[in-house]
Design a protein around this ligand. Structure first.
Ligand code: ADP
Ligand code: ADP
Length: 231
């Protein structure tokens, strides 16, 4: 479904953040990217989402294809319409606005009926977001904010959901709740997941395949069993 072949990403013409990376995500899979801080994991997600800035000297080489279509050079909103969304690290909600206002800011214009249907869909995945729909986003706990950020991404009914460090700074109990919801998305809505995580044990507990990234390169890949036995 998603395939990266020999992808190279350079920031500001000089910082080679990703070198010769090849990886793939199949339909209905949860794939995780693991590796230390600064390894290039976020940069890979940004390359897929189309949010690098070529006019400022960022360079992306190789091929990124989604259902056979090349994504390199496509604009971020086109990539969302193709069916790929990213929940960035840090969640990035509009904190003075309510949960529901945040959800409606997905950027994709739609009819009232389609918006209501999308809301029902995300509320079915995160009932807690439904409960808090009228609350100012800035007043929510970190875990609830993460649920809202994922819900906002799901409003466009993506086929591939990319999560950047969703567990960062959250309490174990709410992490379990979020990861259970993510797992159910795959089972019930056939959404595929590309998950960047610092917590390898947690990520490998739900993933079907993983890649270890170091210094911008894929240094190892395999099933959770294989990766856990090598750590
Ligand atoms: P990870 O997600 O694995 O922590 P990143 O993809 O964020 O790693 O970073 C990979 C490398 O690229 C690091 O050396 C980081 O400092 C650098 N980098 C990330 N974003 C930028 C940017 N916008 N401009 C320049 N360098 C960047
Ligand atoms: P990260 O761990 O995403 O992966 P950072 O704290 O390193 O988070 O980066 C925060 C923001 O700064 C990100 O948007 C990232 O792209 C950017 N950034 C990271 N490293 C650099 C860098 N060396 N130069 C410029 N911008 C950077």
């Amino acid at each position: 479904m998603l395939t990266l072949n020999n992808v190279q990403i350079v920031y500001d013409n000089v910082i080679e953040a990703v070198r010769d990376a090849s990886l793939s995500v199949d339909q209905g899979q949860i794939v995780t990217l693991l590796g230390s801080n600064g390894a290039g994991k976020s940069t890979i997600l940004k390359g897929i989402a189309g949010v690098l800035y070529p006019e400022e000297g960022d360079i992306i080489g190789g091929t990124i294809s989604f259902d056979g279509k090349n994504l390199i050079g496509r604009k971020p909103d086109e990539i969302v319409r193709d069916g790929i969304v990213m929940v960035p690290e840090g969640r990035q909600l509009f904190e003075p606005l309510t949960v529901e206002e945040n959800l409606m800011m997905g950027g994709i214009t739609r009819t009232r009926a389609a918006a209501a249907e999308a809301l029902d869909y995300v509320f079915s995945i995160f009932p807690r977001v439904k409960e808090k729909r009228g609350t100012i986003a800035g007043y929510l706990s970190g875990g609830e904010q993460q649920m809202v950020a994922i819900s906002r991404a799901l409003m466009s009914r993506p086929r591939l959901l990319m999560l950047d460090e969703p567990s960062l700074g959250l309490a174990p109990q709410i992490i379990t709740e979020i990861f259970a919801a993510v797992t159910s998305l795959v089972k019930e809505s056939n959404v595929s997941i590309l998950l960047v995580e610092q917590n390898a044990e947690l990520a490998l507990s739900i993933a079907s395949y993983g890649y270890i990234i170091e210094n911008g390169r894929v240094v190892m890949d395999g099933t959770p069993q294989k990766l856990m036995s090598n750590e």
